[in-house]
Design a binder for this molecule. Structure first.
Ligand SMILES: [Ca+2]
Ligand SMILES: [Ca+2]
Ligand SMILES: [Ca+2]
Ligand SMILES: [Ca+2]
Length: 311
């Protein structure tokens, strides 16, 4: 007769008392215990019985029964549009409860709506004309334009999980991206996990204000009271917030005219006399409130027209 015993192992192993066959009664789990020590006792049927003990060490080998797990399902990060190429943006991390290759994780960017092909590794295929041609027998391997854009802008270091910038961002053309990152262990077969990364592109002051007209010409009668409206200049700015908040001024400050810094309305500061001066050449400036600011200037010509005051 045989019996097996070990600290806490009774439920895992069973031994046939007659044949001595050692069997598993439950699944082993490498993640719970990597080795088990069993003591097998053989007892004869004599009177009194004599017995002998044997110690058996069972070493459990890892199988890839744990997929990688990202620390979170979704990451979000804000990136300034002026961030230089190759800058690191965000590090994602997945853990894997296995060991060795079964836990060695490789990260890559994948198409969010596909079977997981890597957007970066298939990027090179874009140079093949047939894949770009819509009727050229496009296969499932063809990258969508959206994937191609992502692949050109973002990359990930496969071992560290650092997401980095491969191209130049432009908030004015796109201010939000959603990436899908796949973490794969190196088991056979490999197991995978996905996480989403939402990238919000923040504005940098990279656009000058632009006047709506290349030159302004206004006409006003002479002798108008102080504060009479001459005309309105206006400028736009493609940025947002302070980077697009415009203030107007006249360059240099003028004793006959002033501009409302907010509205761009040009008004007189004094009654004007055509006989003294018939045309004023002014320069208006539009300046955004970014740091540093950007500005634009425009010529403003004001014609003073006659009213018959010298009759
Ligand atoms: Ca694994
Ligand atoms: Ca395992
Ligand atoms: Ca901008
Ligand atoms: Ca601006």
């Amino acid at each position: 007769a045989a019996a097996a015993a070990g600290a806490g192992e009774q439920n895992l192993f069973a031994i046939d008392a007659r044949s001595g066959h050692l069997t598993l009664s439950r699944h082993l789990d490498y993640e719970m215990a990597q080795r088990h020590a069993l003591i097998v006792t053989a007892t004869d049927g004599g009177e009194p019985p004599l017995s002998s003990n044997l110690t058996i060490l069972v070493e459990v080998q890892d199988v890839n029964d744990n997929p990688p797990m990202f620390e979170r399902n979704e990451y979000s990060v804000k990136v300034l549009e002026s961030l230089p190429i190759n800058s690191q943006i965000l590090q994602v991390t997945a853990i894997d409860l296995d060991t060795g290759n079964n836990a060695r994780i490789t990260y890559r960017l994948v198409s969010s709506n596909s079977n997981g092909h890597s957007v970066n590794s298939t990027l090179s295929k874009l140079s093949t004309p047939t894949l770009l041609h819509p009727s050229g027998g496009a296969t499932k391997q063809t990258l969508s334009a959206a994937d191609a854009e992502l692949a050109q802008l973002f990359g990930i270091f496969p071992n560290s999980g650092w997401l980095y910038l491969r191209g130049t961002l432009d908030r004015e053309s796109r201010d939000r991206y959603e990436l899908t990152i796949m973490a794969s262990d190196n088991g056979t077969p490999a197991a995978h996990a996905r996480a989403r990364v939402v990238i919000e592109v923040l504005d940098a002051n990279d656009n000058d204000p632009r006047f709506l007209s290349a030159v302004y010409e206004f006409v006003i009668e002479e002798n108008m009271r102080r504060g009479a409206l001459v005309g309105v200049v206006g400028a736009t700015d493609l940025d947002v917030g302070e980077n697009a908040e415009i203030r107007y001024s006249l360059i240099p400050t003028n004793s006959s005219f002033q501009v409302n810094s907010i509205t761009g309305e040009i008004t007189t500061r004094e009654p004007l006399d055509r006989e003294l001066r018939a045309v004023y050449d002014l320069v208006a400036e539009a300046r955004d409130q970014g740091t540093p600011y950007r500005s634009a200037r425009v010529p403003v010509k004001v014609h003073i027209t006659d009213v018959n005051d010298n009759a």
